[in-house]
Design a protein around this ligand. Sequence first.
Ligand SMILES: Nc1ncnc2c1ncn2[C@@H]1O[C@H](COP(=O)(O)OP(=O)(O)OP(=O)(O)O)[C@@H](O)[C@H]1O
Ligand SMILES: [Mg+2]
Length: 347
Amino acid sequence: MTTVLLKGVRKDYGSFTAISHIDLDIASGELVALLGPSGCGKTTTLRMIAGLEIPTSGQICFDGKDVSEVPVQNRNVGMVFQRYALFPHMSVEKNILFGLKVRGTDRAEAEDRLEQILDVVQLQDFRHRFPAQLSGGQMQRVAIARTLITNPSVLMMDEPLANLDTKLRGEMRRFIRNLQQRLGITTIFVTHDQIEAMELADRVAVIFNGNLAQFDEPDALYKHPKSVEVADFMGATNVFAAQIKDKTATLDFGVLTFDAPSQNGTRSVMLRSEAIDLHLDEPSDAQNVFRGTIATRDFFGANITYGVSCGRETVQVTEQSRRVIDVGQDVWLTIAPERIWVIQETD
Ligand SMILES: Nc1ncnc2c1ncn2[C@@H]1O[C@H](COP(=O)(O)OP(=O)(O)OP(=O)(O)O)[C@@H](O)[C@H]1O
Ligand SMILES: [Mg+2]
């Protein structure tokens, strides 16, 4: 089991800075997702942890030892890529054994590990097939097996599910999570899909423009983003400018009382669309009540999202589709003080 530490890591390519500054402290056996838009530096970060790139400055430590200058073959890391690059002329078992062969592992030991790993990834019945005779999910499992058989102390995956369809992605996600927990292997998983990151990871590192924007547990990231940019990336729809004074927020369409820690001044307030309740009659004893009119309605199966006009703003409200409210209907909105989040941007 291995801890991974990044201290002030920076990476320049000539005059271009791909990573400005990243600190990460990954616990042994933890699954961390690197999440961010295309070009933000996820692959670069992963390649530095693997030893495929040397940081321009900063330190990378495995189990407290500085490995910044240690080449990839001496770091004992396993990499799984989006394009799994299996050898087409080799059977499943030959593909899986390949990594051990190049390392010169003893044959009996290699056979032994092959049996174990085929069980782990549930590919016993496919061992004599060739890659062209496998489904996308099975190929991905061969790619994972090929990496795991070398017993890496850190497993790294760069968008390994990007080529798979939605249903299979879901299955593979659960498969990877389950496998990772059983083996207890420290894992770093790159994705630009926030749902995937939240579903898989113990903690998520959000990277924008070569900087670490936030490193938190999925629930904290979703409910308590540290910046408007993170809130937006995590799919928040209601972020409004507000004047904060002593636990009250004055918005364009009303005054809210809240519990979250905050400083006075101009801030952004986030109201999660599912944290707001819709009422057809005026609630008598609720806090934070404001009036609006249903302006839009979007139906997504189990849920409906309404756009509710409140003054000059539109507030998005999501509820279960057990009832359907018509556009034009006057409604009241309520939100509990503990479900209001004030974004403390440090600028
Ligand atoms: N070898 C290189 N030389 C110069 N620039 C590079 C090199 N590798 C990456 N970059 C640049 O560094 C930035 C970060 O690239 P990186 O591949 O880490 O992004 P990413 O977050 O993995 O994106 P994606 O989601 O599209 O894979 C990009 O602007 C990229 O063009
Ligand atoms: Mg990438």
